[in-house]
Ligand binder design. Structure first.
Ligand code: NAG
Ligand code: NAG
Ligand code: NAG
Ligand code: NAG
Ligand code: NAG
Ligand code: NAG
Ligand code: NAG
Length: 320
């Protein structure tokens, strides 16, 4: 259904092309199919037919030519194993004069391999630096129909197409520049080489995908809020300084209320006295400090409100 629709759509385009290239647009023969997409090494067969009386109809081709026939209105060009990248084929008919129609042929070959690597870089990456990922596609044809797609997880990030008019298999490299941040740590990248061969080609388009590479990104700790106030209502308080970092951060605590050094990321105790506790998380890329303020028992805001009300009452009394 889809192919049929596409065929109808292509008809006027094909007619126009034939007109433009100077081939006789009036040539009263019909090719079926009008163009072919063939996998390298596989078979192909195309009919050329007419419904006028003529002096001969035949195929001229680099391989599999069909001699001129005068007693038939249909002639079939057939090759069992197409292995000529430069193949050319056209159907001709002899009437008052000879005219011919070229058969457009696309021969394709899926890549032998598709591989991904971090170009000239090994080991983990650092947040904020720029790197290149490289995708190598080996032995693919035709490169004009090749599209290299880059995926981060399952998201298409980028694709690249090529315009070289070469028909024989080539090797191609696609590059992707990335500036990883902390969210890229552990994320997988892959590339995929797809041959977009149009409606006459195989559906879905043939594709070869690379392995995944998993990113390791080094980044310093970074607290989102730098100050946190904690009311000491229920006795037990927990100061949680845990923060993401790669490699993991080490922790130091600073407070005049602490007697011994603490190295855990969480301080949890009912014995912590009110005051400021400063925690510093640190790894080889940097550090980040956060101040925890433990309020003394009683909610400071209600105390403030209470004082305000008292002052108002006093002021009212004075006015009265
Ligand atoms: C054959 O005849 C039909 C109808 O008369 C016409 O539409 C068609 O184009 C003809 N085919 C060729 C190859 O001339
Ligand atoms: C070509 O013609 C032959 C004989 O009429 C027929 O069997 C075959 O299906 C035709 N092929 C195409 C692609 O139309
Ligand atoms: C070919 O077509 C012509 C014109 O329509 C017709 O007269 C002739 O009989 C046909 N020949 C064959 C072999 O079908
Ligand atoms: C290729 O990428 C462009 C944008 O970069 C996008 O619009 C297009 O749909 C992509 N093509 C395919 C086949 O995914
Ligand atoms: C493509 O790469 C392969 C393997 O690296 C090599 O054997 C081959 O000769 C290359 N082909 C071309 C056209 O450069
Ligand atoms: C501290 O915070 C981290 C990250 O926000 C969380 O995963 C962890 O469970 C918390 N620990 C405690 C003891 O609350
Ligand atoms: C506690 O830390 C806060 C916020 O950094 C600061 O404004 C306040 O002066 C500190 N209090 C003491 C007693 O150091």
């Amino acid at each position: 259904m889809f192919q049929c629709f596409f065929g109808l759509f292509l008809l006027p385009v094909f007619g126009l092309l034939v007109g433009l290239t100077g081939t006789n647009a009036e040539c009263p023969v019909e090719l079926n199919p009008q163009r072919v997409v063939v996998k390298y090494g596989s078979s192909v067969s195309v009919n050329c037919s007419t419904n006028i009386t003529h002096k001969g109809i035949g195929w001229e081709a680099s391989e599999g030519s069909v001699p001129k026939k005068t007693d038939q209105n249909l002639t079939t060009w057939r090759v069992e194993s197409l292995t000529r990248w430069d193949i050319k084929s056209f159907c001709y008919i002899n009437d008052a004069k000879q005219c011919e129609i070229d058969l457009p042929i696309t021969i394709y070959k899926t890549p032998d391999s598709v591989s991904i690597n971090t170009a000239d870089h090994t080991g983990p990456m650092t947040e904020g630096s720029t790197y290149k990922l490289q995708c190598d596609v080996v032995n693919v044809a035709p490169v004009q129909n090749l599209i290299v797609k880059w995926y981060k997880g399952e998201t298409l990030m980028h694709n690249e197409t090529f315009t070289d008019p070469i028909k024989t298999p080539v090797n191609k490299t696609s590059m992707l520049q990335i500036t990883p941040d902390r969210s890229h740590d552990g994320v997988q990248y892959r590339c995929e080489a797809e041959l977009e061969l149009g409606a006459e080609g195989p559906q879905p388009p043939p594709a070869v995908t690379s392995e995944h590479i998993q990113m390791t990104v080094l980044y310093p700790p970074q607290h989102i809020s730098l100050v946190q106030t904690i009311g000491k209502k229920d006795g037990d308080v927990s100061l949680n300084c845990t923060v993401a970092a790669n490699p993991s951060a080490t922790y130091t605590w600073n407070s005049k209320h602490l007697k011994e050094t603490r190295t855990s990321s969480v301080l949890s105790s009912s014995l912590l006295s009110p005051g400021n506790y400063t925690c510093t998380a640190k790894n080889l890329l940097g550090d980040s400090s956060k101040v925890f303020i433990i309020n003394s028992a009683g909610d400071r805001s209600t105390v403030v409100a209470y004082i305000l009300v008292l002052r108002l009452l006093v002021a009212l009394k004075i006015i009265i």
